[in-house]
Design a protein around this ligand. Structure first.
Ligand SMILES: Cc1ncc(COP(=O)(O)O)c(C=O)c1O
Length: 454
């Protein structure tokens, strides 16, 4: 797996990418500046450990774990073998009224590392589907308990909950919402937590802003709690540019939800599986939601999978009526797909063997110190961090928001570092196997790019 780039692959790669041969017309790329990309393609050919190699054999340090998902690093043998074996043994098993053993094994293993009390797992194929599932579960839960008026869903400004209609509706990033009409009816949003005037350059959790959670009381006063089903937030808002919750904020949100019988959903698609120093951010922050959505790191990004973790009593509320009837009319053809379950088991083995689910906590101090050394570099207006996540916010170029960060992304890719940008924030979320020297390398490269973009 770790051998040098396979010559056959290199040969194939030479006839692709920037050279003629690969037809790039048909593929409409997701969340991509398609025309820019196709003029100067960035094609990845191989990956191992902390690195990618592009189609010209160039090594690229992975500063974002692929897309916040390859937490154990690339091409890990246990995961590769698990997928290979599974494909040969049982390629597909229908998940409705049927199952296969690894679905149960993986659910048990996830429950073992989940916060105590999260004892049921519903599998999906992505974070977006996990979010839809959790929202539907919340509505159906209130209904089976005879509180069917609780139909409103509350999200948060600047939230990201995937791209399906429910997730976009409760989400709060305007770029993801503005083209898609009104979304779900009956949705409202609480304020976001970003307060640079008070909290810029906070190391770890900002100290100001617990009271921002009280904005939920405003919506309760407006809609009445008897009409509100659930509140969904990311414990750390990732896609909007790494917003770390102020000290006490999540606790306060929990208290308000409990007081009003509103379900609290933590969307841990990014924070799940070790990103903040514990298996789930729920454990890092010591606040227990009613449901957790997750995806990405559950299979180390090696097979599409998401999941909703649910409290026992929420599940049990559905388990009424005649036993031959379906209790929850929801599921996907590929829920608990055998390849994804095998990948998930190989992933959890790898995390356990290498202590990766707590490694971000061990690295956090060093990572924070190095990332915050970018303070004072040109146009750096804020730096945020938690676990192995960093957000470096830059002043936008006058009249051209997002361009400075995008130019830095392109420049860094040329120099051999993959980062992610959103707005004018550069996000770092490397695989959890990263070594200190690679943290230094990553931040030094970023420093260079920030200076060149000044
Ligand atoms: C918090 C959160 N929720 C949901 C999603 C959507 O996940 P997916 O892209 O797997 O549908 C993401 C993706 O980044 C996310 O960060």
């Amino acid at each position: 797996m770790n051998k040098a780039l396979d010559p056959a692959l290199l040969h194939a790669a030479e006839s692709t990418g920037t050279t003629p041969g690969l037809k790039m017309d048909a593929y409409w790329m997701p969340f991509t500046a398609n025309r820019q990309f196709k003029k100067a393609p960035r094609l990845l050919a191989r990956a191992a450990g902390m690195h990618y190699w592009d189609d010209h054999g160039r090594q690229i340090l992975d500063g974002v774990a692929g897309l916040w998902c390859v937490n154990a690093g690339h091409a890990r043998p246990r995961i590769v073998q698990a997928i290979q074996q599974q494909a040969a043994e049982l390629d597909f098993a229908p998940p409705f009224q049927m199952a296969h053993p690894k679905a149960f094994e993986l659910a048990e293993r996830v429950v073992q590392i989940a916060p105590a009390g999260m004892s049921k797992v519903f599998f999906t194929n992505s974070g977006s589907e996990a979010v839809e599932t959790a929202l539907k579960m919340a509505l159906a839960y209130h209904r089976v308990r005879g509180e069917g008026t609780r139909t409103r869903l509350i999200g948060r400004e600047r939230g990201y909950h995937g791209v399906n209609f429910g997730g976009v509706s409760v989400g709060g990033m305007v770029g993801n919402r503005k083209a898609f009409a009104t979304g779900l009816p009956g949705v409202d949003h609480i304020r976001h937590t970003h307060e640079p005037a008070r909290n810029a350059f906070s190391v770890g959790q900002p100290v100001h802003g617990a009271e921002i959670a009280d904005d939920l009381e405003r919506l309760v006063a407006l809609h009445d709690a008897s009409n509100i089903a659930a509140v969904i937030v990311e414990p750390v808002a990732g896609s909007t540019g790494v917003l770390v919750p102020p000290v006490g904020y999540l606790q306060r949100l929990r208290e308000i939800c409990t007081r009003h019988g509103i379900l609290l959903i933590f969307d841990e698609v990014i924070t799940g599986f070790g990103r903040t120093g514990q298996p789930f951010a729920t454990q890092t922050f010591g606040v227990m939601p009613d449901m957790i959505t997750c995806a990405k790191g559950i299979t180390n990004g090696c097979a599409p999978m998401g999941a909703v973790l649910v409290r026992q009593d929420i599940h049990d509320a559905f388990m009424t009526g005649p036993e031959h009837l379906i209790e929850f009319y929801h599921g996907y053809t590929y829920s608990a797909h055998p390849l994804a379950c095998a990948a998930g088991l190989g992933t959890l083995d790898t995390y356990a063997e290498e202590g990766l689910l707590t490694r971000a906590g061990e690295m956090e101090g060093y990572f924070a110190e190095v990332v915050h050394s970018l303070k004072g570099e040109p146009n750096v207006i804020d730096i945020r961090n938690i676990g192995l996540v960093g957000g470096i916010e830059l002043a936008p170029q006058p009249g051209e928001p997002t361009k400075r960060a995008f130019d830095i992304f392109l420049d860094l890719y040329e120099k051999g570092l993959l980062v992610r940008t959103t707005g004018d924030t550069v996000a770092l979320s490397p695989p959890l196997i990263i070594e200190r020297g690679q943290v230094d390398q990553m931040v030094d490269m970023l420093r260079g790019a920030i200076r060149r973009a000044a």
